[in-house]
Write a protein that binds this ligand. Structure first.
Ligand code: AMP
Length: 480
């Protein structure tokens, strides 16, 4: 494994470049052989949460072996590597981060060796006070090997566990860190899962015949041979040892704030998050969108795959037939974050092609889950019009994304968010649509079925579940 030093300077890196989207998995199964393979399968199911790097760490009687590399799960691992990673407990991670900090040292799980033994940790989320803690630790001579906030967590746990149990050290750590975190940790004979006090990022518990599993999303369970048991609660730590699961609510006083964007875009539709079915949430959003923004047209189409479920709901409610208008090349990766605008536009064309004969002469309603910069919708409208669409009406199954996310959804800084800087009519004109309608915040919350009080909707309304410290506002708020 070659670790490249790209002269990374943590201090000078804009905060929004440090944001990450990730997926985590943990398996506890001392009786079972080949548990790294289970983690491998789980990571496959979570590949949509991160395509940049993948890693697995396995714990055999307290000794941890790991392997991580840049690339997709199937590129990183082969039979031989998986064979070498046997143990009683195993954890895994897939990561996506913005360009610039893509190097293998930043891949996870992180494995640290401290006085009490070896500990492996995988983190999904984003700390808003990592820099502050890191500065303080560095002032005290602590060295860091990566540029990720997760190392701050690992470092604090290692520090605090000098004179405490691992559980106490984790709780102590949660008192220092602020932000979003769904953690899976293995240490000694334990698999531990922790969800931040607001429950921003998801984490679920599953049961299989030889033990337990943890995963960012329940869609990972069936391929791992596990049944969904429940979500880890906000502010809860679950400790799995001696084939039993214990729970500790380490913080029961914070406001619940599960990320609404998990329902909108990020999670797979076959997952259940906080007791709510993602597929149904998206379908209901389509139904509500049709009620809130009806328009006369000949066909409802989706931007595949992100808009498909909502488009089915919209068609159902409006009585306008659902049809296919865009075909997706499944072998092209994400278009969302590309180095420049020209590349982003080109990758929309690379990813999507118009089914011309199905579009020509028709009035089209096109559904997508979100508009961020406006690149995708703008490009698709012009592709549909070039193909002869008579009208293109855009309907979006989330409200305007007008505020940056600091908690792990990789939206760009505010100045790049089209809805932060333009009215809806303006956006409609900019992207060349005949009309544009977004679902309301209330409509989306109804579609999900959770209470507004239990969701973080900051990307729409700017109401963050916690104070966002100045140090991380420095770059992203520059235009406010
Ligand atoms: P944009 O082209 O910048 O307006 O981005 C909107 C498109 O990106 C939509 O098709 C969404 O499905 C997709 N999208 C929204 N949020 C994200 C995200 N966090 N990561 C990747 N893609 C996203």
């Amino acid at each position: 494994m070659i670790i490249q030093d790209k002269d990374f300077n943590y201090m000078e890196t804009p905060w929004d470049k440090l944001k990450e989207e990730c997926g985590v998995v943990g398996v506890y199964a001392p009786e079972k052989k080949d548990i790294a393979r289970m983690v491998y399968f789980g990571l496959h199911a979570l590949q949509h949460r991160g395509q940049e790097s993948a890693g697995i760490a396995s714990n055999k009687s307290g000794k941890i072996q790991y392997y991580k590399e840049m690339g997709l799960v199937q590129e990183v691992f082969n039979d031989e590597i998986i064979e070498r990673l046997q143990g009683d407990i195993s954890i895994g991670h897939v990561r996506y981060s913005t360009t610039g900090e893509s190097y293998v040292a930043n891949a996870q799980p992180l494995v640290v060796y401290h006085k009490g033994g070896s500990l492996a940790l995988a983190h999904n989320g984003n700390l808003v006070n990592a820099k502050e803690i890191r500065d303080e630790l560095q002032d005290n001579g602590v060295i860091f090997q990566t540029s990720i906030d997760s190392e701050v967590i690992a470092s604090l746990i290692a520090r605090y566990s000098k004179d405490r149990s691992i559980e106490e050290a984790i709780v102590e750590t949660t008192k220092r860190i602020k932000g979003s975190y769904a953690l899976v940790i293995t240490f000694g004979n334990k698999l531990i899962g922790v969800r931040d006090p607001n429950g921003i990022r998801p984490l679920s518990i599953g049961k299989h015949e030889n033990g337990y599993v943890l995963a960012s999303e329940s869609c990972a369970f069936s391929v791992m041979g596990a049944e969904f048991v429940r979500d880890v609660q906000a502010g809860e730590m679950v400790i799995i040892e001696d084939n039993e699961i214990k729970s500790e609510i380490y913080n029961g006083t914070s406001k619940k704030a599960a990320c609404v964007f998990e329902f909108v875009y990020f999670s797979r539709p076959d997952s259940i998050l906080d007791g709510k079915n993602v597929y149904m949430a998206r379908r209901n959003a389509g139904i509500i969108l049709a009620k809130e923004h009806p328009v006369d047209a000949d066909m409802v189409i989706a931007v595949p795959d992100s808009g498909t479920v909502a488009a089915i709901g919209y068609a159902q409610e409006s009585g306008i037939p659902f049809g296919e208008g865009l075909i997706k090349n499944r072998y092209v990766g994400r278009t969302f974050i590309q180095p420049d605008q020209r590349m982003r536009e080109l990758s929309v064309r690379l990813k999507l092609n118009v089914l011309k004969d199905n579009i020509r002469g028709k009035r089209i309603i096109m559904i997508d889950d979100s508009i961020v910069r406006g690149t995708t919708s703008g490009k698709i409208v012009s592709m549909l019009k070039e193909a002869g669409a008579k009208e293109v009406h855009i309907r979006i199954s989330s409200p305007p994304v007008a505020h940056s996310c600091y908690f792990g959804i990789d939206t760009p800084s505010r100045r790049h968010l089209v809805a932060a800087n333009h009215s809806i009519d303006n956006i409609s004109e900019m992207i060349g649509a005949d009309s544009l309608g977004y679902i309301s915040v209330e409509g989306l919350i109804d579609a999900i079925g959770l209470s507004k009080n239990d969701l973080c909707t900051a990307c729409f309304d700017g109401c963050y579940p916690m104070e966002v410290p100045k140090s991380c506002n420095k770059y992203v708020f520059e235009k406010e």
